[in-house]
Design a protein around this ligand. Sequence first.
Ligand SMILES: [Zn+2]
Length: 237
Amino acid sequence: MEEKLIIKSERYNLKVFLIIIIIIGGLTSCILFANIDGVSRNAKWYDEWHETYLEHQNSGYHTTHSYDDCEDCRMIKAYPIKLLYLIDYAWELLFDETMLALIPFGVSILISIFAFVWLRSELIVTDKRVYGKATFGRRVDLPVDSVTAISTGILKGVGVGTSSGKINFKLIKNRDEIHSVISNLLLERQKDNKERTETQAVNFTNADEIKKYKELLENGTITQEEFDAKKKQLLGL
Ligand SMILES: [Zn+2]
């Protein structure tokens, strides 16, 4: 008989996740970075240079004096916009002294890689098997009958219980659907088992009855026809 797919896990979109992590990490770095007082100190300096520059422009100072001798005006000419100067300064600061500010950013990227490489799982349920990739890259292939329990866990996780332990799957987008599919399978199996046990019990009693009638036939209490009729009835023929 062919294997029938019941449900397959859906994965989270890696791109969206990474973008969110990068934004969070980047913002954290920016907040730390903005606190470095060097930036505000430089902003003040820029304002002072700009004042001198305006003065020199208004008084016509540079019609007689070279810009080479005027540090303030040279800076303003090199960076006509304050923000440009600050970005340039910050950029240098970043690579000279404050790589520390990049730590949250780096850590967030490492966490995201860890999460996606080691936790993201794949789970496929068919009418015969439960298989796929569990956390930490563990390959799993279980006959559906060996599954004894199903649970949910943190990080959109599903735990599949077997006689040899629980197998964890994480970051499964349709975790709740998978959980309900497997619990239904477990419930159905329980029902099937119960019915089978009941049928067996009935068969067993009927066999016992037939044995009794056989004894009655042998000691001549009932006739062959009576025995045959009873046997037919008990076997449901
Ligand atoms: Zn000047």
